[in-house]
Ligand binder design. Structure first.
Ligand SMILES: Cc1ncc(COP(=O)(O)O)c(C=O)c1O
Length: 447
């Protein structure tokens, strides 16, 4: 937490950074760079010659036509320069990365650990990830062949989708869903097919939801629990029911579990803990949310060796490797970051109770989120659409909320409100909401 940072600024000695980290990083050779030969300057076009009008759409891939502008960005753009804005819009923890993680990164830079790593990521990091899954969930992933370290879960999702899709393949996307899956499927030449997880089922997906959407072209299904934007989670029983149809129709699964640590009721069940699912699932996870490391850009994929090899083929050409400093920070997070992570999660839990109670008290029916850091109240009782609610609430009260329909049709009539803001800000936002709703009701009566 920002105010609780223990900034023990004791510099670490070189030997305190594990030797296996150092040994897997190539040493930099400090030869001086020869000066380039003097080139003849290229004649500049005369100022008077007309600038040709370019038709850029001719050059840009047609698949961009299917990719919408992020509906979330719009609200940050309009908030720019306005004072007293409270954001319930942003999907990132409001805590600074724990100091010991930052310190380890600073120290590694001081030591000159600035080179590329293995395409797969530092072996020590992959070993720590493997140990963690074995210890916490009893699932073994071979660090040498079943783990790929990526530039955030964002990259892992992109290359997972790209490595599965042939043009025209269908991928089922369980919605409400994180905004990037559908555009990534389009960009890979696939066809996204949406399946709605319903409010009456607590936004959990059921075989009955999925079955009507399976066709001969269905290749895979992508879901995310704990879920962005609803905060829903799936129990083992829920997952087992889905697993049966995955086997029956011989499908592959991408399970985005980036909010895995933020489960407030019971314990998280990785989809690969379900019998028969490890061999047909790409599990995605990362450090952005659990350790408040969004800007480090670090994630990973866990999958069978053949799939990891295929993903690695894309990763090596588009990314080469994940940032080395972030990888060193991630090793430290896994080794020594558990306490801080748990304390951040306890704080999210307190905020969760505050915000959900607040919405329900004000008459906005709010499903109880069991994971992640999002609440998803219904605003149907106001008579406004989600977009109208977001626009008017922001214009009148300077609180950013995100319209639920951005996450898929089933989000219509809801708002995504992240509780990655301080408790004081959440209380203030709820007071502003009360005023906003009162004004809305007064205006309705006048009409
Ligand atoms: C469900 C989900 N997956 C992936 C990401 C991106 O994670 P990363 O920062 O690791 O790229 C987000 C970010 O909000 C998310 O909500």
């Amino acid at each position: 937490m920002k105010q609780n940072q223990s900034k023990s600024s004791v510099p670490k000695t070189s030997s305190s950074v594990s030797s296996s980290v150092s040994s897997s990083i190539s040493s930099s050779s400090k030869t001086s760079i020869p000066k380039p030969p003097v080139k003849k300057s290229i004649p500049k076009p005369s100022v008077s010659s007309p600038v040709p009008k370019m038709n850029y759409s001719k050059f840009i891939t047609h698949s961009m036509n299917k990719v919408p502008r992020s509906g979330i960005r719009k609200y940050f753009d309009i908030a720019e320069g306005i004072e007293d804005v409270i954001s319930l819009g942003v999907g990132e923890p409001d805590f600074v990365t724990p100091w010991h993680i930052r310190e380890m990164c600073i120290h590694s830079i001081e030591k000159g650990e600035t080179a590329y790593t293995s395409n797969f990521g530092l072996l020590e990091l992959r070993e720590e990830i493997s140990k963690r899954y074995k210890k916490d969930y009893g699932i073994y992933y071979d660090p040498k062949s079943e783990i790929l370290v990526t530039t955030g879960v964002s990259e892992a999702a992109d290359i997972a989708i790209r490595c599965l899709i042939n043009p025209g393949d269908e991928i089922i996307v369980v919605q409400p869903a994180y905004v990037s899956y559908v555009p990534l499927i389009h960009l890979a030449g696939g066809i996204p097919v949406s399946v709605s997880a319903k409010r009456e089922n607590d936004f959990r997906v059921t075989p009955e939801d999925i079955l009507p959407k399976i066709s001969k072209k269905t290749k895979a299904i992508i879901f995310n629990y704990p879920n962005n934007p609803t905060g829903a989670i799936m129990t083992r029983k829920d997952f087992e029911a889905v697993a049966d149809i995955i086997v029956e129709y011989d499908l592959f699964v991408i399970s985005d579990e980036v909010y895995e640590c933020m489960t407030y009721e019971g314990t998280h069940v990785p989809f690969t803990a379900i019998e028969g699912m490890k061999e047909r699932t790409i599990l995605l996870n990362g450090f952005s949310k659990s350790y408040s490391m969004t800007g480090f850009r670090l994630g990973y994929a866990l999958a069978p060796p053949e799939i990891i090899s295929a993903m690695m083929m894309i990763h090596q050409y588009c990314m080469l490797c994940a940032p080395v400093t972030a990888q060193i920070g991630a090793i430290e997070a896994l080794k020594n970051g558990r306490e801080e992570m748990l304390s951040m999660i306890r704080e999210f839990d307190r905020r969760r109770v505050l915000i959900v109670d607040g919405f329900n008290r004000l008459g906005l029916d709010c499903f109880e989120p069991k994971g992640a850091f999002y609440s998803f109240p219904s605003i149907r009782s106001t008579g406004l659409t989600s977009e109208e609610f977001a626009d008017q609430f922001f214009a009148q009260k300077h609180v950013i909320t995100i319209p639920g329909n951005i996450f898929g049709e089933t989000g219509t009539g809801h708002m995504r409100c992240a509780y990655a803001a301080s408790r004081d800000d959440i209380k203030d936002a709820l007071d502003r909401l009360e005023d906003f709703l009162n004004n809305l009701n007064k205006n309705k009566k006048k009409k």
